[in-house]
Every structure is written in structure tokens, then in C-alpha cells.
Design a protein around this ligand. Structure first.
Ligand SMILES: Cc1cc2nc3c(=O)[nH]c(=O)nc-3n(C[C@H](O)[C@H](O)[C@H](O)COP(=O)(O)OP(=O)(O)OC[C@H]3O[C@@H](n4cnc5c(N)ncnc54)[C@H](O)[C@@H]3O)c2cc1C
Length: 508
């Protein structure tokens, strides 16, 4: 397509649809910088570049919905803000179910907001093995601090959720390290008059923070638009994309940019690059935090329809594994009991006394992302190793012990055909190495498919996210994290995106 020959170009914005949303009928758009994907990596990048006066177009496959368009952690939210309604799986002898956000703001719109900085020991591994320059604790400190201010990282005021406190209580009895994890939440903003009810406080997702800032600074937003392929022509990047406005037929759009930041997340970024023939160290090294769940029933009430997001994590065994309490609404309890169908009735009868807990390992396994001709979804594979199954087993045993110490009367681990546990002595029934194929693993943390660094054997980009061997092409998302960080990753993704955007602007 001859960019520039179309009658309707650039600058047009749809009146009334909000500042910066691009006229969806355009057929070609020219921009200085295109950012593909508006999750934490893409939103931070687009915002900083727009605030520095760059002409930025932010392209997002999913819809532009306000945070309060859906009630958090409901089926409605999964249908409208998750990729494939939340049904996605990494194939392998032990499958791992995973989920990704697919909306303006990406995963930040649907997550729990639990915040950690990257542990110094992890940064040390990245510097040593991947030869990442400029990634000391002190190099990152100012980026962490800035992002923490920008998204209001803070502790939960008032009484903490009882199911979360149970975890803390069990850890204290065993003398294990447990902490309240801060979140990107503001607790001072009053609920809007007609808003759908949501838990106390206001999650500082990307649509609440970096995206409005980006739009205010002139960034243009193209939602419902899937970038399919990139190609380099005449020293510029051309992005073939497809607009998928709800209720309208799909149509092609061509975007021409001087520089492109690919920020589709750890699965979609390598998928886009591989579709475009960019394959060196791309999509070969998927890492994740494989997670096993346990549903616990206590003698007293620990759950309610107004329960806040649980905030405690047990870090006694980190980085090998950690525990936490999950969202425990009735659909999540029912899902957690799907390995114990004879006990599903418990959810209806006893849900106020029940909650879901997880044990998450750092994981030494690895996986890949590959395109499949004729399919829009990539094939994701992940090999859980025998050591991972052993770590999961140790983690599950320790978590079950802790929950019995906290007073649980029955535990249902997410392992098919496994009898429920009724006493601490039953914990010994958990085998060394969880059974392959029968253990139902999931993850919400995916990374490392395009590692950054100067090690030519391992890295897809340089130390600051520029794709090796490709001028004007950058990555800024979870794909860059060299290995699994062992902690909730969004803090690392935002800080590294900020550092790399400032490097691009010559302001680092
Ligand atoms: C349920 C859940 C709970 C979580 N809880 C926490 C937590 O408490 N704390 C924490 O730190 N982390 C949490 N995470 C993880 C965190 O949300 C992710 O690590 C983070 O969002 C990843 O950021 P990203 O920028 O790499 O990609 P994403 O957030 O995945 O954003 C990528 C965006 O790119 C878009 N995109 C993809 N492909 C294309 C394409 N071809 N064209 C256009 N757009 C495209 C996607 O639609 C998406 O919106 C959670 C995740 C989930 C799913």
C-alpha cells in the first residue's frame, strides 16, 4: 500500500470518543513512533515518549474500556478483557493454563495490583549470564521510585481480608517470613456516582495512569486493532494491522513508523516478531511461575462477597517458592474444586468458610512460542521439569502444613484423583514430585521470550530493548525479563520500560 496516497490521513480524531482515539475509518496512518500493545510495558513507553514531545501512536488489539466497565474478577471481566475469555494453555506433558489481558491497559486492568521490585539477586543473574549493562539495583532505583509514585503503590488501610490473615497467622505459628505486599491502589478517591460497585479503593491500572497522561500529551490511540506483521521498507517500519471494531467487518490498516516498540506481552510479542521473520533468540526461552492451588475450608468465616484482594505472601522459601491467597469468589472456588467433583457441593454450602491459596515456584522449565500457519493464536509449549515437580511438591506440602496450622479443617489440592487432606498428618500423602499430567498447574506470570542483554547466544535485544540487528525496532514488555523474577512482575516491567524509554530519548 502506498502510504501517503490516501485522502484521509493522520491527525483525525473521533469527536466525543475521548481524547486521542484515532478515527477508526482511516486506512493508513503515519507516525514517528508506533507502540504495539498498551499493557504496563507499552503504556509506560507511550506515555514517556509522548510527554517528551514525540509523535506516538499506541495500537491495541483489545477494546478501550474504563476500569469500572466490569466488576473485578467476574466472568463478565474475563469475557471482555481477557484473551480468549481466559481459556489459554501452554502444551506439554503437564499442561499449564495461563491468562493474558486483552484490552487497553493489558494485564494491569485485570490483575491484583501486588507490587514488588526486582530482587537484587535476580538482577545479578541477568547481568552475569545475559550480560545486561546498566542494571544494578542503584541503576533501577530511580525508575522504581518514579513508577511507585505514578501508580500510588501503597499498603491497604483498615482491616485486612480474613482469608489473607489466615496465611499470615499460619506462617507466624511456624516462624516463617510473611509480609503484606503493597499494591498500586489509591484509597482516597471517592467512588463515581454511577460506577459498577468495586472493592474499596481504586486500582491504578494503565487506563487510570499512564494512558490518560499519554493521550493528554498528544499520543494517539488505536484500539480494537491487531498488528499482524512488520516489514522494513525504505528505512521505515510498515505494520500491517487489522481493525476489529465490534459489530463491524474486519478491515486492513497500514501504519508507517520511524521506530516501533513491540509491547504485546511475553506470548504475543514473539508471535508478532516471528510472523515478521524476526526470529533470532525470539520465542525460544519462555519462563513462567508454575502455580498449584489449594482450596481450604476453615471452621469460621473467612470469605464474603465484599472480600478485598488478599495481600499477604509467604517468602520464607523464596526464590524457590512462595505462597499467597488468591481471589476466592464462588466461581474461583468452584474452579479450584474441579479436581474434586464429589465435593463441588461444598462451594454452595460452605463458601463463606472457604478460600483459595496458591504455591508458586520460580520454575527452571522453559518453553517456546511458535506461529501456526492458518491460525491467529500462537502455539505455546512449556516443559515442566522433574525438579519443578519436586519443588511444586515441597511447596504444596509446606502450604498445606501452614494452612492446618492456621486452623483449616480440610484442604483440596488441584491434583486430579487426589483425596482431600483432613489433618496435618495427611500432608505426608503428597508424593515427592507431583504427578505428571494429573497436576493442574496455572500461571498468570509469563516472561523471557525475548531476553535483553549483550550475550549473542541468548539475547534478542540489547541491554535497553533494541532488537539486535534491526534499526528502529524495540521491545518493552515482560518478554525482556531474562528469567523468571520469582516475584509479581509488573513492577519490574514498568521500571525497565521507563529506563529503556529514557535511553531511547537520550535522557538516561
Ligand atoms: C489475572 C492476573 C493477575 C495478575 N496479578 C498480578 C499482580 O498482582 N502483580 C503483578 O505484578 N503482576 C500481576 N499479573 C501479571 C501482570 O499483569 C503482567 O505481567 C503484565 O501485565 C505484563 O505486562 P506487559 O506489558 O508485558 O503485557 P500485557 O499486560 O500482557 O499487555 C500486552 C497488551 O498488548 C496487546 N497486544 C498483544 N498482541 C497485540 C497485537 N498483535 N496488536 C495489538 N495489540 C496487541 C494485548 O491485547 C495487551 O493488552 C497478573 C496477571 C493476570 C493475568
Amino acid at each position: 500500500m502506498n502510504v501517503g496516497s490516501r485522502p484521509r490521513m493522520d491527525q483525525a480524531h473521533v469527536p466525543g470518543e475521548g481524547r486521542g482515539v484515532v478515527d477508526p475509518t482511516l486506512q493508513t496512518i503515519r507516525t514517528e513512533v508506533a507502540v504495539i500493545g498498551s499493557g504496563p510495558g507499552g503504556a509506560v513507553t507511550a506515555c514517556l515518549l509522548a510527554e517528551a514531545g514525540r509523535d506516538v501512536l499506541l495500537i491495541e488489539e483489545g477494546p478501550f474500556l474504563p476500569l469500572e466497565a466490569t466488576v473485578p474478577f467476574t466472568m463478565g471481566e474475563m469475557i471482555s478483557k481477557y484473551r480468549n475469555g481466559g481459556v489459554t494453555v501452554a502444551m506439554g506433558s503437564t499442561k499449564v493454563a495461563y491468562v493474558e489481558g486483552r484490552c487497553v491497559g493489558g494485564g494491569s486492568e485485570i490483575n491484583s495490583g501486588l507490587y514488588h521490585r526486582t530482587p537484587p539477586a535476580i538482577l545479578e543473574t541477568w547481568r552475569r549470564d545475559y550480560q545486561v549493562d546498566g542494571l544494578n539495583d542503584s541503576d533501577l532505583a530511580r525508575h522504581f521510585e518514579a513508577c511507585e509514585r505514578d501508580v500510588s503503590v501503597s499498603l491497604m488501610p483498615g482491616a485486612l481480608p480474613p482469608a489473607s490473615l489466615k496465611l499470615h497467622e499460619g506462617a507466624q505459628r511456624l516462624g516463617w517470613k510473611s509480609l503484606e505486599v503493597p499494591r498500586w491502589f489509591r484509597y482516597d478517591s471517592p467512588a463515581e456516582p454511577n460506577a459498577v460497585p468495586r472493592p474499596k479503593g481504586d486500582r491504578q491500572s494503565m487506563t487510570r495512569t499512564f494512558i490518560p497522561r499519554a493521550l493528554y500529551s498528544g499520543c494517539r490511540l488505536l484500539p480494537n486493532t491487531r498488528a499482524r506483521k512488520l516489514r522494513r521498507l525504505g528505512g521505515r517500519w510498515h505494520i500491517s494491522a487489522q481493525v476489529q471494531d465490534p459489530g463491524a467487518p474486519r478491515r486492513a490498516i497500514e501504519i508507517e513508523a520511524g521506530s516501533v516498540f513491540v509491547c504485546g506481552g511475553a506470548i504475543q510479542t514473539p508471535a508478532i516478531l516471528r510472523r515478521s521473520g524476526i526470529t533470532r533468540n525470539v520465542g525460544n526461552s519462555l519462563k513462567m511461575h508454575p502455580t498449584v492451588k489449594v482450596v481450604a475450608r476453615f471452621p469460621e468465616t473467612v470469605n464474603s462477597s465484599a472480600m478485598e484482594v488478599p495481600v499477604h505472601q509467604v517468602k520464607e522459601f523464596a526464590p524457590r517458592f512462595s505462597f499467597g491467597c488468591s481471589i476466592s469468589s464462588t466461581p474461583y472456588l468452584a474452579l479450584g474444586l474441579s479436581d474434586h467433583p464429589a465435593h463441588l457441593g461444598e462451594v454452595h454450602a460452605n463458601w463463606p468458610r472457604m478460600a483459595v491459596y496458591y504455591a508458586m515456584i520460580t520454575g527452571e522449565g522453559s518453553g517456546s512460542v511458535r506461529g501456526v500457519p492458518g491460525f491467529s493464536d500462537a502455539l505455546v509449549r512449556y516443559a515442566v521439569t522433574p525438579q519443578d515437580l519436586a519443588d511444586l511438591s515441597d511447596a504444596l506440602r509446606a502450604l498445606c502444613r501452614l494452612l492446618f496450622q492456621a486452623g483449616a479443617e480440610v484442604l483440596y489440592p488441584s491434583v486430579s484423583s487426589f483425596q482431600p487432606l483432613y489433618t496435618e498428618a495427611d500432608v505426608a500423602r503428597i508424593p515427592d514430585g507431583l504427578p505428571k499430567g494429573r497436576t493442574n498447574l496455572m500461571t498468570i506470570h509469563l516472561f523471557s521470550t525475548c531476553p535483553m542483554g549483550e550475550n549473542p547466544r541468548l539475547c534478542a535485544t540489547d541491554s535497553f530493548g533494541k532488537v539486535h540487528g534491526h534499526d528502529g525496532l524495540y521491545i518493552a514488555d515482560a518478554s525482556l525479563l531474562c528469567t523468571a523474577p520469582g516475584v509479581n512482575p509488573q513492577g519490574s516491567i514498568m521500571a525497565i520500560a521507563r529506563r529503556n524509554a529514557l535511553k531511547f530519548l537520550g535522557q538516561l
